[in-house]
Design a protein around this ligand. Structure first.
Ligand code: MTE
Ligand code: MO
Length: 364
């Protein structure tokens, strides 16, 4: 049974499939800055491979064929340790809403929870590549991609520019929220490519190849690509479309509830917002790819007729760029609120999220 190493999972996870495990974080868990490891979303294409510290080795292969091997202990002992906060988002996050509001989209019908945030600890991929003999100051002509291969055979790649960028913060991560990586999230080590679609953050990584070619895996070449609205699966020209790397701007409502003057904690919140009557509180996350900071979160309580700006909550983020999500909150007196709420975020490049898929109705 290839799934014999799959761990027991927290019952709060919302399971879409069990073999392989695909499970999203429940909305109650998406309200915290860092998602607890137990309820961090899980996206596995296959089983959890056997990869124990004792025998897991990471091999780095350069374009000239040179190879160098590292154990987890080697990484910890010989390289500078780095901590960053970064959000991982599956490209299919909120596909359900796209199917409902725009057009049907193939694949797992994720809600708002195929995304989670954590503090990651590890070493920089660029430091490892340099140690393995790659000249970072004068990259060889044939060093165009960094390919990652997982212990169960999943694979993907990123452009070499991201891999060696000092401010790119690409890590070989071995800790998540202060704990060793859990089995589902890549124990003993995973690649963590912040700002990039999570499909490139290969778990249980056992081989890194610097090469002229992108990864030849189906997940790089036959999946995780975008096509025009008129193009269905049979017409898709896979070879001509680029592989997704950085993600567009995203936001979602994770909590929409009535708050009243009768509850002491709610009263405090009302006070902060200067409201004296029963209100509706809306909360959620916003995030953009490439480390682009969220500069604004627009929110409507009447299906997009009138707009307001949500309060951006302050969190302590770590790293060279805005790799972690921006949490936000907003309150509106109940009598002013309709039933259909809409959110759309804007990032520092002024990319604006389309409003159509950001809808949410009271009581759902
Ligand atoms: N790495 C391996 N080895 N196997 C996988 O199936 N899935 C990828 C990526 N890395 C995957 C992988 C995808 S599509 C996503 S969205 C993220 O891992 C999910 O990471 P998580 O399960 O830690 O949330
Ligand atoms: Mo994914």
């Amino acid at each position: 049974d290839p799934f014999k190493n799959d761990p027991k999972r927290d019952e709060k996870l919302m399971v879409l499939t069990t073999r392989p495990c695909n499970a999203e974080s429940p909305e109650e868990e998406l309200g915290s800055w860092c998602t607890p490891n137990e309820t961090f979303y899980v996206r596995n294409h296959m089983w959890v491979p056997e990869a124990s510290v004792g025998n897991h080795k990471l091999v780095i292969e350069l374009p000239d064929g040179e190879e160098k091997e590292y154990t987890l202990e080697d990484l910890k002992a010989n390289f500078q340790e780095v901590k960053i906060t970064a959000t991982l988002q599956c490209s299919g996050n909120r596909r359900k809403h796209m199917t409902q509001e725009a057009r049907s989209a193939n694949g797992l019908q994720w809600g708002v929870g195929a995304i989670s945030n954590a503090e990651w600890k590890g070493v920089r991929l660029r430091d490892l590549l340099a140690d393995a003999g790659l000249n970072l100051n004068d990259l060889p002509e044939d060093a165009k991609h960094a390919q990652f291969i997982g212990a169960e055979a999943y694979g993907a790649s990123i452009p070499i520019e991201k891999a060696v960028d000092k401010r790119g913060d690409v890590l070989l991560a071995y800790e998540m929220n202060g704990q060793p990586l859990p089995p589902d999230h890549g124990y003993p080590m995973r690649v963590l490519v912040p700002g990039t679609v999570a499909a490139r953050s290969v778990k249980w990584v056992k081989r890194i190849v610097v090469s002229e070619e992108e990864s030849t895996s189906q997940w790089q070449r036959r999946d995780y690509k975008c096509f025009g609205p008129n193009v269905g699966a049979p017409q898709a020209k896979w070879d001509e479309a680029p592989a997704i790397q950085e993600m567009p701007v995203q936001s979602a409502i994770t909590s929409l509830r009535n708050i009243s003057c009768h509850s002491a904690t709610d009263r405090k919140l009302l006070q902060v917002y200067g409201l004296e009557e029963d209100s509706v509180a809306v909360e959620g996350y916003a995030w953009s790819g490439g480390g682009r900071k969220i500069v604004r979160v627009d929110i409507s309580a009447d299906d997009g007729k009138n707009w307001h700006q949500a309060e951006l909550l302050l969190d302590e983020s770590l790293g060279s760029k805005a790799w972690a999500w921006q949490r936000w909150r907003w309150l509106i007196p109940r009598w002013q609120a309709g039933r259909c709420f809409v959110v759309k975020a804007v990032d520092e490049a002024n990319n604006v999220q389309p409003a159509e898929v950001g809808r949410r109705h009271m009581g759902t």
